[in-house]
Structure formats: structure tokens, C-alpha cells
Design a binder for this molecule. Structure first.
Ligand code: ATP
Ligand code: MG
Length: 423
């Protein structure tokens, strides 16, 4: 029979890598709770109309990347979530979580986009999302930016550039869009296929083009900043002043747009100077229109998402990944009569906080000791029938290679004292 393989672009995370994920997830949850953010878990599958309505029909995500399918049991049209904001917003509206309150939320999980798989771009990937609902002040935008800067510092990452821009409100953007369309119409023959398609449907997205040949045309296009009202400009200025006062370095990128209509005012992205084409590690902004757009009562919202695979690639490129930590103690016993003794020591040692593994294979002592050495155990306990009858064990300190015969009653204390000394 031929083997069944995983779906293209959807990767297994194997044990030699999963320890990195556990280490990172632990760091992330501690970091988020130190800012008072609460976890929310929404389904991976939603009604497809949620994404069509929130992300918009003229976006790469919906046009090309969304996994939509019909539930053959009842005919419902469903979709695998391509991002987390829509589901999170749907959930807080559905459960009325904004009634007289503010929500500061986070989630982490799989997202799905039918893209061409390459380094840093997969069909199943993971995002950490942070969303704040109910606050209209530049200070919460600052807090989100500051948090991510803090995370990168905690992970010892450098050379990640923060880019910011201000998108104004929907009216300002509509006037700008008209100007932009008029400008690109004049150079219609120079537009690539993607840009031509976007010209009337979503012209802002042309600015987001990754096609080098379009760069000249884009850099001479009208700038959104020249169409912003005093209100928007003052919000943006306060954001920039606060960031500067907090010594947070940023670059203003006038072409930074989120292609989605619901974004307004602040947008930001963190771009690696190392990762090449898949260089955006995290991105976010304000989306004050979305709650109303999804049927809730008008309210404010701002958030960001970090691509976990790209964060791990960056950690790896900057050599900031931890070494895998194995167990402390390995117990090897010979002869059926010693089984219970081996189990009992393992139980007791775990109770006092050690990581303990038992040998269940029938390899020779020599090869087991070799394996124990390569796996980095600190101590190996050997129990044979002689040890059982004399109420002792053989304890091997793998670092010093010393071997001791220790009385059963003294084993735990001996290991505890010697283990701590070594640390
Ligand atoms: P890109 O321009 O690289 O396609 P995007 O604008 O589509 O990114 P967002 O929708 O803003 O990305 O998602 C936030 C983050 O999620 C990205 O900055 C990136 O780190 C990560 N991300 C997005 N799509 C993928 C993917 N297919 N595979 C891996 N990570 C992804
Ligand atoms: Mg994309």
C-alpha cells in the first residue's frame, strides 16, 4: 500500500522541534499575563460569511487563499479561519462581552491560507493574536507596540524594524482612493495584472504590491497622509510623540496599508532585516469599524498578530533558540524482581521535583549508558538483583563518571545534595 502523506503546506511539528514551541508558548503566556491580557479560544471553523464580510471579498485572503467547503451533512458553507480577528470579534459580539466593559484578549492557534508553500509561508501556520476592544486612545495603540518591543527584547532579538502609518478614517480614505485611482488610470499600461484587477475594487492594495517593477510608479503616487483630517493627524502625532518619549524606534512607511477596509488610524508592522521575502513577523492596527460591520454596537478595536513560524525562523537566524532539556535521571533495572523497586524510586524522585525516565528496553548496560550520556542525563541509577538484596543501588554521576553504591534510604538525599551542588 502506498503511504498517505500530510497535506501540502501543512507541516508536522516533530519532537526535535516541538520543545521550541512549548518553550516559546510558555514565554508568550507569561508575557501576556504580565500585561493583564486574557485568553480566548474560538473555533477553527466558522461560517464562511464571517470572513467574506470582515476581510472583504476583494482581498488575496478571500479571493485566493480561503479554504471554503460545504458540510456535506447539512449543506452549510464553512471556512477554515485564515486569521483570528474575525472569529474573536464575532465571539465578543455574540456573548455580549462589551457591555459596559473593556476586553483585552489573546489567542494562539492554527490559521489556514491556500498559498504557495515556501520558507516562512505555509498553508497551515500559527498566529498569536492580541485584540483590545472598547478603548479609543492612542495610549492603547502604544501599549500594544510596546508589548511587542518588550517581547522581542525578552527573546533577545534585534534587527527587527517597526514601521508605522496612519490610515485616517473611511471618508478620508475614500477621497484618497479616488485620487489614487485617477493617478493609476493615467499609467494603466504600466500596471501589472494584479494591480489592474485591484484598480477599481481595492486600489489601496496596489500600494502593498511586492512586484519590484511597480515600485517607481507606487513611489510617485499620491500619499494618504496628505488627505488626513486634523483629527487623524493629531491622533497620529500623539502616538508618535509617545513612542519617541518611550525610546521606541519606528520608521514611518507611507505605503504601509492593510488591504482591508475596516482598518483605520494606526497601522504597524515589524519587519525582519534577515528573513527576505517572508519578512513581516508581526502586523496590526486599529479596526474601529469591524464590530459594527459584524452586527455589534459601534465600539473601538485595535490589535496585532505575530506569525509564530516566522518568529521561530527569526530566532533561529539570530541563534536565539534554546537547547533541548532532557530528563535528569535514568533508571535501569535488571531482572523482573527489581521492577517494583525501579518504579518506586521513579515515583519518589518525581515527587521531589526531578524529571525521571525508566528503561523499558532490553539493550545492554553498555549501550544504555552510552545513550544516557548522549541524552544528557545527570544521574543513572542501576538496580540489579544483588542491589535488591542488599537494599542499595548503583548511582552513576554522568558528569564526573563516578559510580557510588548508595543505601536505598539515602538515595533521595544524596541525589538532591549532589544535584544542587552541580547547579
Ligand atoms: P504577507 O504579506 O507575508 O502575505 P499578510 O499581510 O498576509 O503577510 P497578515 O494577514 O497580516 O499577513 O498576518 C499576520 C502575520 O501572520 C504575518 O505578518 C506573518 O508573520 C504571518 N503569516 C501570514 N500568512 C502566513 C503564511 N501563509 N505562513 C506563515 N505565516 C504567515
Ligand atoms: Mg498574505
Amino acid at each position: 500500500m502506498n503511504k498517505i502523506k500530510s497535506v501540502k503546506g501543512m507541516n508536522d511539528i516533530l519532537p526535535n522541534e516541538s520543545y521550541i514551541w512549548l518553550w516559546l508558548e510558555n514565554k508568550l503566556t507569561n508575557w501576556l499575563s504580565s500585561y493583564g491580557y486574557k485568553n480566548i479560544r474560538t473555533p477553527i471553523i466558522e461560517d464562511s460569511s464571517l470572513f467574506l464580510r470582515s476581510i472583504g471579498e476583494v482581498t488575496d485572503i478571500v479571493e485566493k487563499e480561503l479554504y471554503i467547503f460545504t458540510d456535506r451533512l447539512n449543506g452549510d458553507t464553512l471556512a477554515l479561519r485564515p486569521e483570528g480577528t474575525a472569529g474573536c470579534t464575532r465571539s465578543i459580539i455574540e456573548h455580549n462581552l462589551l457591555y459596559n466593559s473593556i476586553q483585552k484578549l489573546w489567542y494562539i492557534g492554527q490559521m489556514f491560507r491556500h498559498e504557495r508553500p515556501q520558507k516562512g509561508r505555509y498553508r497551515q501556520f500559527h498566529q498569536l493574536g492580541v485584540e483590545v476592544f472598547g478603548l479609543m486612545t492612542h495610549n492603547i495603540d502604544v501599549e500594544l507596540i510596546l508589548m511587542v518591543e518588550d517581547l522581542f527584547k525578552q527573546l533577545c532579538l534585534q534587527e527587527i524594524e517597526l514601521q508605522i502609518n496612519c490610515l485616517g478614517d473611511i471618508n478620508e480614505r475614500n477621497i484618497y482612493k479616488q485620487n489614487l485611482v485617477e493617478y493609476f488610470e493615467r499609467y494603466k499600461s504600466c500596471l501589472d495584472e494584479d494591480s489592474l484587477k485591484r484598480l477599481y475594487k481595492n486600489p489601496l492594495r496596489i500600494l502593498d504590491s511586492k512586484n519590484e517593477k511597480m515600485m517607481d510608479l507606487i513611489s510617485n503616487a499620491p500619499k494618504l497622509i496628505n488627505f488626513l483630517s486634523d483629527n487623524s493627524l493629531s491622533f497620529y502625532q500623539r502616538l508618535k510623540d509617545t513612542l519617541s518619549s518611550l525610546n521606541i524606534k519606528f520608521i514611518e512607511n507611507l505605503y504601509l496599508v492593510r488591504g482591508l477596509d475596516y482598518y483605520n488610524l494606526t497601522v504597524f508592522e515589524w519587519v525582519s532585516t534577515k528573513l527576505g521575502a517572508q519578512s513581516t513577523i508581526a502586523a496590526g492596527g486599529r479596526y474601529d469599524l469591524l464590530i459594527e460591520h459584524l452586527g455589534g454596537k459601534k465600539n473601538y478595536a485595535v490589535g496585532f498578530a505575530i506569525g509564530i513560524e516566522r518568529l521561530i525562523l527569526e530566532l533561529s537566524a539570530q541563534e536565539k533558540l534554546p537547547e533541548e532539556k532532557n530528563s535528569d535521571i535514568f533508571i535501569i533495572n535488571f531482572g523482573e524482581k527489581t521492577d517494583i523497586q525501579a518504579f518506586n524510586f521513579a515515583i519518589k524522585l518525581r515527587q521531589v521535583g526531578f524529571k525521571v525516565e525508566q528503561n523499558f528496553s532490553d539493550l545492554s548496560l553498555k549501550s544504555l549508558l552510552k545513550k544516557a550520556d548522549s541524552l544528557g542525563y545527570k544521574f543513572v541509577i542501576i538496580i540489579g538483583e544483588t542491589e535488591l538484596s542488599t537494599e542499595t543501588v548503583v548511582l552513576k554521576n554522568m558528569k564526573t563518571t563516578h559510580q557510588h553504591i548508595i543505601k536505598n534510604s539515602e538515595l533521595i538525599n544524596f541525589i538532591t545534595n549532589n544535584y544542587n551542588e552541580e547547579k
